[in-house]
Write a protein of this length. Structure first.
Length: 225
């Protein structure tokens, strides 16, 4: 069973030309799908459509075997597919790093003690334990991106959707991000302009061309899961 099937997706913002024009996408368990294309091609739009943050003008979305047509259909999808936004400031809103990461687990019904233990364990696994009690808005751009990823991983999703995850990362933090992603078991959809990063993480690449997703000739090596 596919984790996601998007068929004949059309989408356009009000007053603008169509962004997606018959896009098709299939994501299988264990797959690490890279998506590339020029700025404004519709890559970020596609990720938002997958979790129901945007509604296509036409086409169908099937997630985890269920056809999703209404807002309520996506509630469970957002529990199982975690989207890491391109701008970490859109994702982080609590006073401290620990509170930001604990927010999702608490809303999933975990107790405060369970949520904080999960935060501690996750940050240690990611080698970010030194950030746990830091004030979120005082973090560097790269640190915010890694914390945003941690806040999504804390919800233990089955699929990761990553929108330009190397933005604002210096060389050290990018290497850390690569190591983290290579060690994760989740299927992924990775939007990135960086071909070197895509090769390190992905095992398949699609390019957005005139609103459609086409197989790319650029090869991605199979990342270690």
């Amino acid at each position: 069973m596919s984790l996601f099937e998007l068929a004949n997706i059309h989408f356009g913002y009000v007053g603008c030309p169509p962004v997606l024009n018959g896009a098709n996408l299939s994501l299988q368990a264990g797959e690490r799908l890279c998506i590339t294309g020029h700025n404004g091609a519709g890559k970020s739009t596609l990720l938002r459509i997958m979790v129901g943050l945007l509604k296509p003008n036409k086409g169908s979305i099937t997630a985890f075997g269920q056809l999703c047509q209404q807002d309520k259909d996506f509630y469970s999808v957002r529990q199982r597919a975690g989207l890491v936004f391109q701008d970490a400031d859109d994702q982080l809103f609590c006073p401290t790093v620990a509170e930001d990461i604990a927010f999702g687990p608490l809303n999933q019904g975990k107790s405060p003690a369970q949520a904080m233990q999960l935060v501690t364990d996750l940050l240690q696994q990611m080698q970010l334990g030194y950030l746990q009690d830091r004030v979120t808005h005082k973090l560097s751009g790269g640190e915010k991106r890694l914390v945003a990823l941690a806040s999504v991983l804390a919800m233990q999703p089955e699929v990761l959707l990553l929108d330009e995850p190397t933005n604002a990362l210096d060389e050290e933090n990018e290497a850390r991000l690569v190591a983290i992603l290579q060690g994760l078991p989740q299927a992924m959809v990775l939007v990135s302009h960086d071909p070197h990063f895509r090769r390190k993480i992905g095992n398949r690449t699609l390019r957005v061309v005139e609103g459609q997703l086409l197989e790319s000739n650029a090869s991605c090596r199979h990342a270690v899961a």
